[in-house]
Ligand binder design. Structure first.
Ligand code: HGY
Ligand code: MN
Ligand code: MN
Length: 417
């Protein structure tokens, strides 16, 4: 079945919007852009996406956790049809690239634009979502907006979340003017498709254009706090130390061994602080985060158990106390096989090299998969780099992904329910 006649992707517009959105929150000193969830910079990004949704004359709705939806309704939709949904996020980590999340939201708008520019309405309603706080940098958990949308977290709990800066999420949402009224999850998608950069090295290394994402690995985030005893760096013999800093660093080293011996588990310590954090005082306190991931739930559990056992052991050895707080725990997710097949068929029709793969990163799709059939399309990341100003995907590769997205959407919409 060929594309709907006249339904063409406006690639130039998509690339231009990616660049324009990427310029919002630019950090001239450290590079990249920083649009941490619910910050002024992210508000500016939200305002820009809403303006582009208005240009497309979409039905725009904002829910109580600030998820933004733009719907191109079919002729028969009185506002209650279950839409075909696409989406992702526009919040970023610190000093981020321009593509993570934004590409999927803007490519969704490009699909809706293809119908608008052809002067036709889709046979069924198409909705694009920009989900709140996917990155989880300021407020945990990550993928929060889509998690609330999918019923995995109450909106009340989400709104009262206190951020790493002490702010209350609900206050910040109101401050930036995105505390909407729509009940999260009120609009259950019929299917959900997310286009995203791979953020890893596989597609580029295999010279492959399209990733057909079948599943997504499990994620475990913990905050670990070690309490020892401050003492003089010059007078305290090693055997008499209760050195919180040493314990934190020892665990960091041992986590690398744990990951290497597992073969599939990934372990990352992204944040670490010492107190009093001065050169000649043995740290009395060390606080650090642990990010564990594995596609296999039993191996992720094993890694968590190994860490817990080692923490108890080293606390004993070093005379310190250790507390842990679970910040995030998501099991691995398998995406919808029929949607994955549709992505693969589309890539094949276009003659794009493709391969099935697992997502290493968390995505909103893993949450929406709780309430609707969902899948993802990946395009290559140069050098496998992401969460970094050097994040890059070639323009033609970006347009390949958007072509596949448009093609899959058209075919799914033209398939009788
Ligand atoms: O952490 C993640 O995988 C995602 O970028 N939030
Ligand atoms: Mn992302
Ligand atoms: Mn990200």
């Amino acid at each position: 079945m060929s594309n709907v006649p006249g339904l063409q992707l406006n690639g130039a517009k998509l690339l231009q919007q990616i660049k324009t959105l990427g310029d919002i929150g630019v950090d001239l000193t450290q590079g990249g852009r920083t649009r941490i969830a619910l910050s002024d910079a992210e508000k500016a990004g939200r305002d820009q996406v809403v303006a582009w949704m208005r240009e497309l004359e979409l039905d725009i709705q904002v829910d109580r956790i600030g998820n933004i939806f733009g719907s191109l309704r079919c002729a028969s939709d009185t506002g209650h049809e279950r839409p075909f949904m696409m989406g992702s996020h526009i919040d970023t980590v610190t000093n981020a690239g321009a593509l993570d999340g934004c590409y999927g939201v803007l490519a969704g708008l490009a699909v809706q634009r293809a119908y608008r520019e052809a002067g036709v309405l889709p046979p069924r309603t198409i909705t694009v979502g920009a989900f709140t706080n996917e990155e989880g940098v300021r407020y945990q958990p990550d993928m929060m907006g889509s998690l609330v949308y999918a019923g995995g977290m109450s909106v009340e709990d989400a709104l009262k979340t206190v951020g790493t800066d002490g702010s209350r999420l609900g206050d910040e949402l109101a401050r930036i003017g995105y505390a909407g009224e729509l009940v999260p999850g009120a609009m259950v998608p019929h299917e959900y498709l997310e286009l995203h950069i791979e953020q890893g090295p596989i597609l580029e290394a295999e010279n492959t254009l399209i990733g057909v994402v079948e599943n997504l690995q499990g994620i475990s985030w913990q905050q670990v706090t070690v309490k020892g005893n401050a003492n003089h760096a010059g007078t305290t013999p090693t055997r008499l130390r209760q050195d919180a800093g040493y314990v934190a660093c020892a665990i960091a080293t041992e986590l690398r061994q744990l990951a290497k011996s597992s073969g599939t588990t990934l372990a990352t310590i992204g944040c670490m602080t010492f107190e009093p954090n001065v050169i000649n005082v043995i740290p009395r306190r060390a606080s650090f985060t642990v990010d564990l991931r594995d596609p296999d739930e039993s191996k992720l559990l094993k890694a968590e158990q190994q860490l817990a056992a080692r923490l108890a052991e080293i606390a004993e050895e070093e005379g310190v106390s250790i507390e842990t707080e679970q910040l995030v725990r998501f099991q691995p997710v398998t995406f919808d096989p029929s949607l994955a097949n549709a992505i693969e068929d589309s890539a094949r029709r276009f003659g794009f090299s493709h391969r099935r793969m697992t997502s290493g990163a968390g995505h909103d799709a893993q949450m929406i998969a709780r309430i609707a059939p969902a899948a993802m399309i990946f395009v290559p990341s140069r050098g496998g780099i992401s969460h970094n100003p050097r994040e890059h995907t070639d323009d033609d590769q970006l347009l390949n992904g958007a072509q596949v997205l448009l093609d899959v959407v058209q075919r799914r919409l033209n398939t009788p329910l």
